[in-house]
Design a protein around this ligand. Structure first.
Ligand SMILES: [Zn+2]
Length: 158
């Protein structure tokens, strides 16, 4: 078994209209262990071929990103399905169960007792345009291997 590669990179994520969605600019670069599904497939497929100092625009289809929008996850539910003390506001997010990986729903609209919720990832159905600059590339160290994820320059979980 080969040792997984850890890559550190800066990124700016835009949609296909050029609107910036997210960026690491002014922050620490993102460190990931490749090939573990920690990032969207479209990035995981391309980053292994990049070296330190490389810059590239990577266009990720919705299929290789956060998937297409699933209309079955857009639901109208009654207010009575929430705890009576829930303060339901648009944009509020909640999980349907305590289990890790349980879908996160966002409250899209509150219309009296009708609550419209959406369990799609906010970037579902979006073609992702990543401007990427690789700042570090190295084999995972023993601590990272033990944890199964990458650590940035500051070490574990910062
Ligand atoms: Zn760790």
């Amino acid at each position: 078994m080969s040792i997984p590669t850890v890559i550190g990179f800066h990124y700016t994520l835009k949609d296909k209209n050029g609107t910036t969605i997210d960026s690491s600019e002014g922050k620490d670069p993102l460190y990931v262990m490749l090939g573990k599904g920690h990032i969207v497939k479209g990035l995981d497929d391309v980053l292994p071929d990049m070296d330190k100092g490389d810059k590239k625009t990577i266009i990720v289809s919705e299929q290789d990103g956060y998937g297409p929008v699933n209309d079955d996850l857009r639901l109208k539910v009654g207010r009575n399905q929430f705890p009576s003390d829930a303060n339901l506001t648009e944009g509020m997010q909640f999980q349907t169960s305590q289990e890790p990986g349980a879908p996160v729903f966002t409250v899209m609209k509150v219309d009296g007792d009708d609550i419209y919720i959406d369990g799609n990832h906010p970037l579902a159905g979006v073609e992702l345009h990543f401007d990427v600059e690789v700042v570090e590339k190295r084999p995972a160290d023993p601590e990272e291997l033990a944890h199964g994820h990458a650590h940035g320059p500051g070490g574990h979980h910062h």
